[in-house]
Design a protein around this ligand. Structure first.
Ligand code: CP
Length: 303
């Protein structure tokens, strides 16, 4: 019989009710943050990075350790992968040592290949295509601030990217209205069926959440940003949002390009709650991925 492995690579690959259950667990774990259950005792997580990271690296490390587990962190340059050793061999070897692998890998297909050969869960810590752990933290933050994401209007400003794609995926699970505002010459980047406009004010009007990301992603250094200035989230755009509209950003910010300093440091900005929630959301993701390794889940979870 084939063993099911709970990979956390892309939200559409997981039953929406399971994703919502993981979210419920994240809230429960946050409530227990001063006495976290030691459910990862004896379990180890390998973390592999081929790009820079602050939040993903620290929050996964702390999440695993607070739950009683162990971590080993490696960057690509310290490993045989990408040189002498194939992804298949790396996946099979790591599967003999640790209980799960969290990977930040530029190439999404390489991550999928790692998951194909791994005999343990693989967690997507960001690829060029998606950033599902970030979106779990974002939805958790929205639920904290406005009880539910369902029915809210979430406006994205700037180019389509991996975080934007995970928002699009999340909109189908939590049933919120997602609109993108981006320069006209980038219209072809918008995935089919996604609501978009070239007028930032149209997107901001009536929004509950205004969200953006750097205009220049890791690896795109040197990109011309002139055309993005009309999409900067500033006080004028925030004022068009609903009462109590919040500003979100996965961080790091390119100061002060995609967001003004005034907005980033305003009471409407929830960026540090969002960063903190990476920790809680990822504890729940780890617990779900490792539940077949004996990890006990809080009740009720709904899955
Ligand atoms: N938001 C995010 O993924 O941050 P890091 O790149 O620092 O991990």
């Amino acid at each position: 019989m084939t063993k099911t492995i709970n990979h956390f690579i892309d939200l559409p690959e997981i039953d929406p009710e399971v994703v919502k259950g993981i979210m419920k667990h994240a809230h429960a774990l946050k409530a227990e943050k001063f006495s976290p259950p030691q459910v990862m005792e004896g379990l180890s997580l390998a973390m592999v990075f081929d790009k820079l990271s602050t939040r993903t690296r620290v929050s996964f490390d702390v999440a695993m350790k607070q739950l009683g587990g162990h971590t080993i962190v490696m960057s690509k340059g310290e490993m045989q992968i990408g040189g002498a050793e194939s992804i298949e061999s790396t996946a099979k070897v790591l599967s003999r040592y640790v209980d799960a692998i969290m990977v930040r890998m530029s190439d999404h297909e390489n991550m999928q290949e790692l998951a194909k050969y791994a005999e343990i869960p693989v967690i997507n810590g960001m690829t060029n295509q998606s950033h599902p752990c970030q979106i779990m933290a974002d939805i958790m933050t929205i639920e904290e601030k406005m009880e539910t994401a369902q029915g809210k209007r979430i406006a994205w400003f700037g180019d389509y990217n991996n975080v934007c794609q995970s928002y699009i995926d999340a909109s189908k699970i939590w049933d919120f209205d997602f609109v993108m505002a981006l320069p006209e010459d980038l219209n072809d980047n918008v995935p089919k069926g996604v609501n978009f406009t070239n007028d930032a004010k149209v997107a901001a009007k009536g929004a509950d959440v205004l969200v953006t990301d750097t205009w220049v992603s890791l690896g795109q250094e040197g990109k011309n940003i002139d055309k993005f200035w009309p999409y900067q989230v500033n006080a004028e755009l925030m004022a068009l949002g609903n009462d109590n509209a919040i500003f979100m950003h996965c961080l790091p910010i390119h100061e002060w390009e995609e967001v003004s300093e005034e907005v980033a440091k305003s009471p409407a900005s929830v960026i540090f709650d969002e960063a903190e929630n990476r920790l809680h959301a990822q504890k729940a993701i780890l617990a779900w991925c490792l539940k077949d390794a004996g990890v006990k889940l809080a009740k009720p979870l709904g899955f």
